[in-house]
Design a protein. Structure first.
Length: 437
């Protein structure tokens, strides 16, 4: 093949074939993992290629020996970024042979479209992280509650009440996504059973705690639900309190928070994860001390429960302050799902949306992230954001991405387009014509 870079007489056709992957990149996780929609994606690719070939041929823009550059915008880092086919004839001749490869590429492009460069912070922006998950906390119910500690964090930090959990919208799969940066199809925790029968099953991918451990950081995990044992792979977590499997005793949020406070005061873990379960228990109508008829998502009792969770968060914040690490801690307050009636799950937007409040060193204060029109915070982004603040590497293959919009010195928020319309002038009042006498 001649050196096309020095041959100005030859035309170059730069063909962008996989632009449709942008559609996938900005879509929801289910889209990217739906075989049906990925098949549609493959079909679009083939149609694009055929249309390009037809265009080149009919417009007689082709000369013998023209170079056709086929840039394949697959973000898969391990794959060749472009192909150079020697001539248009080669391209046509190669079509049947390369067809299968294109199909595979389209699939890879769709699957890994979120594997673009992942930024890392060096040096780390924070030495500590506190993640508090209020199980079952639906954003609008949270906003109805009197939560001075959470409101204070909102004033100090950035937040959205339109963050999304997994499509499953159930506790353990969603929390595993929160703590691994991957969807349930990848981390493999698709069950939600608390019976504890059989051996503990760990995620297919490393958790935030395991990655922290491998980089010399310490972690602590606190939960009232026995199934959270799935996050305590031997050697991964330094301190933990998780309700034993066979325990019939429900442990309330203040008790869980007290256990975490004790550990923060003694050990100052780099990462502290606290799971407060009472809001979810009450949503399901199983909170012992409240009449069942008064329980459920959005009930006044659940609001009371969220207010108690807020008080528990207050004790955690006090612990961070009294140990002198508050200013060096990134804090995320979030949830695993919402709910409606006395349940939650897939195909219910009331289950799907979760609050996401972030504060910490350099975090933009009093910033509603919904101002960034292109941004949707996903539950997997909690993993990536904490990793970013702590300077931990983020595997490009995972789905979570750091929410960089929370950081003060990051690019300014994209301003919303100003209104380009104006109201029509009011109709002119005309004097009623004088009746003619
Ligand atoms: Zn839950």
């Amino acid at each position: 093949m001649t050196n096309v870079r020095n041959d100005v007489h030859r035309k170059r056709f730069v063909i962008r074939t996989f632009e449709h992957s942008n559609l996938i990149r900005h879509s929801s996780f289910e889209f990217r993992h739906s075989p049906l929609l990925l098949s549609v994606s493959v079909c679009i690719t083939i149609v694009q290629l055929l249309s390009i070939l037809t265009k080149l041929n009919t417009k007689k823009r082709r000369n013998e020996g023209d170079e056709v550059f086929l840039f394949i915008f697959s973000s898969c880092p391990s794959f060749l970024r472009f192909f150079v086919l020697k001539s248009f004839h080669d391209l046509v001749a190669a079509l049947p042979r390369w067809g299968c490869l294109w199909l595979i590429l389209a699939f890879i492009s769709g699957c890994d479209s979120r594997t673009a460069e992942v930024p890392t912070s060096n040096p780390p922006l924070a030495k500590h992280a506190l993640i508090v998950s209020i199980d079952g906390c639906r954003p609008d119910v949270l906003l109805r509650a009197n939560t001075p500690n959470i409101r204070s964090l909102m004033r100090q930090g950035s937040f959205t009440f339109w963050a999304q959990t997994t499509a499953l919208a159930i506790t353990l799969p969603s929390h595993t996504s929160m703590l691994t940066g991957t969807p349930p199809e990848v981390h493999g925790i698709t069950w939600n059973d608390d019976s504890g029968d059989g051996p503990v099953i760990y995620p297919n991918v490393p958790t935030l705690f395991e990655i922290a451990k491998s980089h010399g950081l310490t972690s602590a995990v606190f939960s009232a639900k026995p199934k959270f044992n799935t996050f305590t792979r031997p050697g991964a977590v330094d301190w933990s309190f998780i309700t034993p499997v066979k325990s019939k005793q429900f442990i309330d949020d203040d008790v869980i928070a007290a256990k975490a406070v004790e550990t923060i005061l003694q050990h100052k873990p780099n990462i502290t994860f606290v799971h407060l379960s009472a809001t979810d228990i009450l949503g399901h109508g199983k909170y012992f001390w409240v009449p069942e008829a008064d329980q459920g998502w959005g009930s006044n009792e659940q609001i009371w429960c969220i207010e108690r969770a807020d008080a528990a968060i207050g004790t955690l914040l006090d612990a961070l302050k009294s140990t002198g690490i508050y200013d060096d801690t990134v804090i995320i307050i979030t949830a695993d799902h919402g709910g409606s009636g006395r349940n939650h799950g897939a195909n219910d937007p009331r289950s799907r949306f979760i609050p996401w409040i972030c504060t910490g060193p350099g975090v933009r204060a009093d910033c509603d992230l919904t101002q960034v029109r292109s941004l949707t915070v996903h539950i997997e982004d909690t993993f990536a954001t904490v990793s970013y603040f702590l300077g931990l590497p983020i595997n490009a293959e995972i789905m979570g991405r750091p929410v960089l919009q929370v950081i003060d010195d990051h690019d300014l928020l994209t301003p919303l387009p100003s209104a380009s319309f104006s109201l029509p002038p009011p109709p002119r009042k005309t004097k009623p014509s004088e009746p003619q006498s």
